[in-house]
Structures are given as C-alpha cells and as structure tokens.
Design a protein around this ligand. Structure first.
Ligand code: NAD
Length: 470
C-alpha cells in the first residue's frame, strides 16, 4: 500500500527517463573543456547577455508568475544575478589558483597545496518565489567552478521556467547545460539519476526527499531551505528606520521571500510605538489601497492564498487585513496580540503577514528564538553594542543582520545558506565556487634526501628520534 510520503516522493510512479541527457552532460564534462577558465568566463558573460537581451520578457514572466513589479524584479532577480556574475568574473582566476600550505619538517623535502577541481554534473532545483535568482545564482557558482548542470526551475512559476528553457540553451553551451521543465514527476525522475552535487532551494519536506535520493549515490547536497526568521526590536532602536526597513523586507514580493523577517519580537511599549510607524511606512510605499499599487505583488497560487488568509485570524489585525481571492491579493497586514502557539507562529508564513510577538526583553526574545529551529536569517534592531554582541554570540542562524533586514544577501563575499532545519551548505562568491569544487589536497615530494626514519626495520633509536621530532 503506498503512503502519502511515498506519493510525495514519487515512489512507484513512472516518469520520464533522463539517462541519455545525463550521459551527454557527463561526456561533455569528461572532455575537460569546462575546466578552461576562458570557457567559464564566456559562459558567465553569456548568462548576463541572455538576461540583458531579453530583459523585458523576463520581467513580463515574473509579473505573470508573481505579479512582481518590474523594478523589484529587476533589483532582486536580474541585477542580483548580474552582480554575482561580475564579482565571479573579476575574481575567478584568483579563486582557481592553487593555494600553498606549509609542509612540516618531517615531510621535507616537499611542497603542498590545495587545488580546486570541478565536481562534474550538478543538479540545480529551484523554488518559485525568486524563480530566476534561485536557479541562476547557484548556476553562476556552478559555472565558475567548471561544472556542467541540469537546471530544474519550479513548475509554480511556469512563465519564468519556460523562458529559462528557451534561452539557456541558446546562450550557454548546450552540451554542458540543460533545462528540464515540469513538476513532481520530472523532479522525481531527475532525482533517480546520479550527480556530483545537488543544490535544492525550497521547503524542508522536499529537501528530505532530495537528500534521500542523493544518499543512494553518495551525492553531496546543498539545501537552501526556509524557516521562521525572527526580528527582535529593542526599545533603544531607531524605530522609524526599523519600521521602514522591516516593512520593506517583509512585504517585498508580497512576503514570499525566504529571508524576510517572519515575525517581530518586541516589548509592549515598543510594539505600541512600532505599529503606527509600520502603518505609516506601508502607506508611503503602497498608498491608501495597496491593491491598486503597482509596487505590490500577488500570492503565487490559490493554495497559498487560502493557507495565508486562514492565518489572518491568529491575532488582532492592527494594519491591513483585506484580501481578494480573484487577484490572490492579500493586503500588507500587521497582527498584534499574537499567541506563541497560534497557527501563524507554527510555520514559516511566506506571505504578507507580520505578527508581533510580545517579549519582555532581549533575553526573553533570545530564549524564544533558541527554543525553535535554527532560522535562515535572524535580525536585531538596537544601537546597544552589548545587546548586539549578546545576540551574535547566542543566536544561531544561517545569517544575521544588525539594524537591517535582507541586505546581507547582497554582499558577494558573505556565504548564503542555512543551518539545521534552514539548510546546509552555502553559495555566493568564492563560497559558491568552493561549494561546487573539490578542494584537492596535493603534495609533491622531493627525491633526495630520502630520510630512512619511517621505514622498517623499526628501532628504539628511530622511535626516540621520531618522538622528539613530532
Ligand atoms: P517548490 O514547490 O517550487 O519546490 C521546489 C522544487 O522542488 C521544484 O523544482 C519542484 O519541482 C520540486 N519538488 C516539489 N515537490 C517535489 C517532490 N515531491 N519530489 C521531488 N521534487 C519536488 O518550492 P517550495 O518548497 O514551495 O519553496 C518554498 C520554500 O523555499 C520556503 O520555505 C522558502 O523559505 C524556501 N526558499 C529558500 C531559499 C533559500 O535560498 N534558502 C530561497 C527561496 C525559497
């Protein structure tokens, strides 16, 4: 009898066969031309050219999939990928250089170094919320490291997926990169094949399926998952700036951002001062009626719309609260009087709802955060250096940011990834290059002198000398 988990994992369901596709990519990798730095550089340049040549179409696709306003889509998807490419092209030669390490006295004469080598064929599986970014930003690192790849964009953003399927083979080396469109059947069939690395961006339930499939081939995985990213606001913070930044971070992409502040932790007085400031900034950003604003997005599908509107009852609506199923519109909403056990606090919200949970002070807030899963991001608004230090030293999260939200993800030299339930592994910049490389240990020994110390027959004098040496 098949179970719901079996069904989710696609066990027993026939699907397409990607054996030939993988064999082709493997042959390309075996030809060694993806190792050439000039080839890597050309692929990276072409990736940006693809986005530039078809910018209007990509922006239209993002509007059709998620109602993304063009400027927001450009900033968080197209320009994000372009700046990732720019940084990688600038530094790639340095990243590729072998790095010398010290060779100890007993191993002299000799030299040792670490040499990065490409892994092979990488499967990149993306989520729907930033349908270009979550596929193409990892791809930048995959290319920089000299690999081939299969890209599997999310079926929940079909217009974006269709454009990737159309243009990637046109702009990138089609012998080295393939795009597979489709849903669970296609993902399941892809996961039956062997890869040299899998990077998956999405929810933890499918993350487990991906990891189980990878385990069959001993394939390493990078899991970019989500979770409830807390945002602690202390009374000494600049509350006006905090409200503005939090409102922007929470309601960009209609709240469907993995590193958006999921909920606020604040004491009663701070909450009372923060709510009108949030309301004011929301009015400034989206006007009196955000439904008519062309700066505010929509919910991806009916299932998520219904899930989110059911969460509106988890507290008192202090700001917003309206919704329209015909447009899958949910007004930017702030909830107060929220119980820590209410439905809105039990799962990642992933929509335009911002609950405020009352906590007495920093310690209570930290205790609350530490009692749950390790989040993808954690935020603190406070000018107090001691509070910042305490937060940094005690809260474990994929990334943390002080006095702002989300902006850390634009720093190319910071690794982007989760910890615990929010994921494993990280990419961006050099961290991405290393994530998709094997860091091969190399030692070159000199021939003379060949010190006889380690060779049998062993003796007390050799033993004593070794003990002194090591
Ligand atoms: P999703 O439903 O689009 O799924 C992601 C991928 O998994 C898709 O390619 C899909 O085809 C595949 N998939 C779905 N069901 C499958 C199954 N049963 N077997 C095999 N493959 C399957 O995305 P989602 O899970 O709704 O994504 C939302 C989550 O992603 C949120 O939790 C969010 O926080 C997280 N996220 C994380 C990051 C990050 O960088 N850490 C970025 C964006 C989103």
């Amino acid at each position: 009898m098949s179970t719901a988990t079996d069904e989710m994992a696609g066990i027993g369901q026939p699907g397409p066969d990607y054996g030939d596709l993988l064999a082709g990519l493997r042959a390309t990798f075996a030809s060694d031309h993806t190792r050439d730095p000039a080839w890597r550089d050309a692929q990276l340049a072409n990736l940006v050219r693809m986005l530039q040549d078809h910018e209007a179409e990509f922006l239209e696709a993002l509007a059709s999939d998620l109602g993304k306003p063009p400027m927001e889509a450009w900033l968080t998807e197209l320009s994000y990928i372009a700046s990732e490419v720019k940084h990688s092209r600038k530094h790639l030669k340095r990243w590729m250089k072998p790095r010398s390490v010290r060779t100890p006295a007993f191993a002299q004469p000799g030299s040792s170094w670490v040499q990065a080598e490409p892994l092979g064929v990488v499967l990149v599986m993306g989520a729907w919320n930033y349908p270009l970014q979550v596929v193409l930003a990892p791809l930048v690192a995959v290319i920089a490291a000299g690999n081939c790849a299969v890209l599997k964009p999310s079926e929940l953003a079909p217009a974006s997926a269709a454009l990737l399927a159309r243009y990637v083979p046109e702009y990138l080396d089609p012998q080295a990169f393939a795009v597979v469109e489709g849903a669970v059947a296609e993902s399941t069939a892809l996961l039956r094949e062997r890869y040299d690395h899998i990077i998956y961006t999405g929810g933890g339930a499918v993350g487990r399926i991906v990891m189980a499939a990878a385990a069959k081939h001993l394939t390493p995985v990078t899991l970019e998952l989500g979770g409830k990213s807390p945002c602690i606001v202390l009374p000494d913070a600049d509350l006006d700036i905090a409200a503005r930044r939090i409102a922007w971070g929470r309601f960009t992409n209609a709240g469907q951002t993995c590193i958006a502040p999921d909920y606020i932790l604040a004491d009663a007085d701070t909450e009372a001062r923060l709510v009108p400031l949030l309301a004011g900034h929301l009015r400034e950003m989206y006007g009196e009626d955000p439904q008519r604003s062309d700066s505010f997005g929509r919910i991806v599908n009916d299932r998520h719309f219904e899930r989110l509107t059911a969460l509106l009852g988890s507290g008192t609506v202090a700001v917003g609260g309206r919704s329209d199923p015909a447009e899958r519109y949910i007004e930017p909403t702030v909830l107060t009087g929220v119980d820590p056990d209410s439905p809105v606090m039990r799962e990642e919200i992933f929509g335009p709802l911002l609950p405020i949970l009352r906590t007495d002070d920093l310690e209570a807030a930290i205790t609350h955060v530490r009692s749950g899963d390790k989040p993808l991001a954690a935020y603190l608004f406070s000018k107090d250096k001691a509070a910042q230090r305490r937060f940094l030293d005690t809260v474990s999260a994929g990334s943390v940011c002080l006095n702002d939200v989300i902006m850390f993800s634009a720093v190319p030299e910071l690794p982007f990834g989760g910890v615990g339930e929010s994921g494993m592994g990280a990419y961006k910049g050099e961290n991405g290059f290393r994530n998709f490389s094997h860091l091969k240990a190399v030692m070159r020994r000199g021939i003379w002198p060949d010190v006889p110390l380690r060779y049998a027959p062993y003796s007390d004098s050799k033993f004593n000398f070794l003990k002194k040496l090591l």
